[in-house]
Design a binder for this molecule. Structure first.
Ligand SMILES: Nc1nc2c(c(=O)[nH]1)N[C@@H](CN(C=O)c1ccc(C(=O)N[C@@H](CCC(=O)O)C(=O)O)cc1)CN2
Length: 302
């Protein structure tokens, strides 16, 4: 049976270290990192994530501001808010929660965020910095996955990593990070020929496709490390509960089957998910330190 990679525990430890660093920075330099989160509309999952972001930012001793806007907010009003946050010296990180309502062009909004305050790492300038190996803001979920992998494996050098999924916010940055860590990287997707056979060649298999339990146990090479980025809500197992509308969370990996073959695996929930917000705090700390020429303070998080 595979080792279970406990992302929840790792994220808790990381948040504690960030909190200690924030207290230290505030005492020595009067610097209090500030994060602004913008939510448009009432998507229930987004409301939970945004509330958690606010609570965890506050718990880490940071300045936390949440802007909750109505679903009917115009793109022009949202852009005006982003511009005002870009100009606010108390705000070092800006995050616009996705998805945005359909009438808003997400790319236009992400492009309006100052790249140095783009703690999501979604701005094209940060995607470019990552691609060419320059310091920038790195998307939270892939960076969290990399941290879990390094914590479990140590060096990733020479390993074959297969990333299933080619999104701009997970698949592509994940592949870039694995490449920087000296992996041999293959990006696969729904049109990849014989996906199961390709996955079976992976020492590190990252599933980020958004399809419940798509990656089966016989897609996993014995001993491989499986990182499940998926968060899918499906009907509860119990038919009565399902009929009553109860749901459960599953990843993109058929967990039981894969855990029987893998060397290590992240569960859902409790694996990659909690890393997303912990790394958001780290990115906010990073943005704050860089804005004050205090990059050296970040050495312990490298
Ligand atoms: N602007 C952004 N929007 C979205 C992002 C993002 O990184 N930036 N990611 C996701 C949602 N997300 C954070 O925003 C997020 C998703 C999941 C978790 C998490 O801790 N998941 C738990 C389970 C939670 C549950 O019970 O529902 C887990 O996997 O253990 C945190 C943050 C989309 N939008």
């Amino acid at each position: 049976m595979a080792h279970i990679i406990d992302g929840k525990a790792f994220a808790g430890g990381l948040r504690e270290r960030i909190g200690a660093k924030v207290a230290d920075l505030t005492a020595r330099h009067g610097l209090k990192p500030g994060l602004a989160v913008v939510l448009v509309g009432e998507d229930p999952a987004s409301q939970v994530y945004v509330r958690n972001k606010g609570e965890q930012t506050h718990a880490a001793g940071m300045h936390s501001v949440t802007h909750r806007l109505e679903a009917s907010t115009t793109q022009a009003d949202l852009l005006a808010l982003v511009h005002s946050l870009n100009a606010d010296p108390q705000i070092h990180g800006i995050l616009v929660q996705l998805p945005l309502p359909a009438h808003i062009d997400s790319n236009a909004v992400l492009a309006a965020i100052d790249p140095n305050k783009d703690v999501d790492g979604f701005h094209v300038v940060n995607a470019g910095r990552l691609a060419v190996g320059l310091p920038g803001m790195v998307p939270c979920t892939p960076l969290g996955c990399l941290m879990l992998l390094k914590d479990h494996l140590g060096s990733l050098k020479g390993r074959h990593a297969v990333v299933v999924g080619r999104s701009n916010i997970v698949g592509k940055p994940m592949a870039q990070l694995l490449l920087q860590a000296d992996c041999t990287v293959t990006i696969a997707h729904s049109r990849t020929a014989d996906l199961p056979a390709l996955c079976r060649t992976a020492d590190i298999l990252v599933a980020a496709v958004g399809r419940p339990e798509m990656v089966k146990g016989d897609w996993v090479k014995p001993g491989a490390v499986v990182i499940d980025v998926g968060i899918n809500r499906v009907p509860a197992r119990d038919p009565e509960a399902a009929a009553a509308g109860k749901t459960r969370l599953v990843g993109d990996v058929a967990y039981e089957e894969a855990a029987a073959v893998a060397g290590a695996i992240t569960p859902v929930p409790g694996g990659v998910g909690p890393m997303t917000i912990a790394v958001l705090l780290l990115n906010t700390l990073t943005a704050a330190c860089r804005s004050h020429g205090l990059e050296d303070e970040l050495a312990e998080f490298a």
